[in-house]
Write a protein that binds this ligand. Structure first.
Ligand code: WQD
Length: 315
């Protein structure tokens, strides 16, 4: 298949590009490299384009595509709280342009990179796609609005679409594709341990077993393979839009993750506890029964696998 990947030089996008190339797909990468990291995209056709303004070039790059996977977006929960208008403008604007360009394809498959952040505060326990989506930060709000836009465009442009609600993507399948962001828990904890400093826990007074935030950490390679499974599934489906959680179905606390970083480093780690961070929920864990039942995908990697892969990528 010919597959367009926007944001294909990002951490998650580049994982998907490498998996698609390895199975013989023809890949078109569109990226503006505004994140500052130029991850290798192998034999993919590369278009350095601004998804906000290069509309004509975007339509040409999409022409003839069998599928489009739209990763390109701002993704920091914390930054969205301090710079909301940037998130509204860029996350919705780039998606609108990608959907418009997808109109030039002949009934392509369209995957939208959504997020567990659409759920906001949860009652605890595994979250289903049918549970209420009440985002508590601008990042999550742009992802929920993006799902609505994708559903509407699927009907208007006759696309076979899905929105994938990523839980906490972490770890790496290859060292050269690792997450270089500093705000996420795992990269920031690893960086601090490597500098013999204490990792920071944002709040230990949450209603969770050890008081620290609980998330569902899913390996970046698992997440890429989930995209491939959904692409193949939608290739046999009718026009429409479907929402899938992408996670492991298992929660882990901030303290547990930091403990595993110490194990990977072979050192005893004593974290520092700071006040809660704005926009954070206590617990966000996926119910993954729908993607397992309908698509046949489930995660393969454990949390220790994830932490070890991230640690080794920085050695
Ligand atoms: C995880 C937990 C923090 C840093 C991320 C992405 C977002 C979306 C969902 C895909 C929280 C705590 C963090 C630190 C800490 N991904 N923490 N000390 O906020 O759940 O959102 O996944 O769509 O794009 O940002 O991830 O790694 O920032 O935080 O205690 O130094 O770790 O409070 O409980 P988050 P995160």
């Amino acid at each position: 298949m010919r597959i367009v990947v926007t944001g294909g030089a990002g951490c998650l996008g580049s994982h998907l590009v490498r998996v698609l190339l390895s199975r013989g797909d023809e890949v078109v990468v569109i990226d503006d490299f505004s994140s500052g990291t130029r991850r290798p995209v192998g034999d993919a056709e590369l278009h350095e384009l601004d998804l906000m303004h290069d509309g004509e070039a975007l339509v040409n790059a999409f022409r003839g595509a069998d599928a489009v996977v739209h990763f390109a977006a701002r993704k920091s929960v914390e930054e969205s709280v301090t710079r909301p208008t940037r998130y509204y403008r860029e996350n919705i604007g780039t998606l609108a342009n990608a959907l418009t360009a997808a109109r030039a394809t002949d009934g392509a498959v369209f995957l939208f990179s959504s997020s567990a952040a659409v759920y906001g505060e949860t009652a605890g326990g595994a979250i289903r796609e049918t549970d209420p989506a009440r985002p508590i930060n601008p990042y999550g709000a742009t992802k929920l609005a993006g799902e609505e836009l994708t559903a509407s465009a699927a009907s208007a442009f006759r696309l076979r679409a899905a929105s994938l609600r990523y839980f906490n993507a972490a770890g790496t399948g290859w060292a050269d594709l690792a997450d270089t962001g500093r705000t996420s828990l795992l990269p920031s904890a690893i960086e601090r341990v490597r500098r013999a400093e204490s990792p920071v826990i944002f709040g230990d007074d949450y209603p969770t077993p050890d008081g620290t935030g609980v998330r569902d950490y899913v390996h970046a390679l698992d997440l890429a393979e989930a995209h491939v499974a959904v692409l193949d599934h939608l290739g046999e489906s009718a026009v429409g839009h479907r929402v899938f959680n992408v996670g492991t179905g298992r929660g882990a606390s901030v303290a547990e993750v930091i403990g595993l970083v110490g194990d990977a480093a072979g050192v005893r780690v004593t974290p520092t506890v700071a006040p809660r961070r704005g926009g954070d929920a206590a617990e966000v864990v996926a119910d993954v029964s729908r993607i397992t039942r309908e698509v046949g995908w489930r995660s393969r990697f454990s949390l220790p696998d994830i932490v070890r892969s991230a640690w080794e990528a920085t050695s």
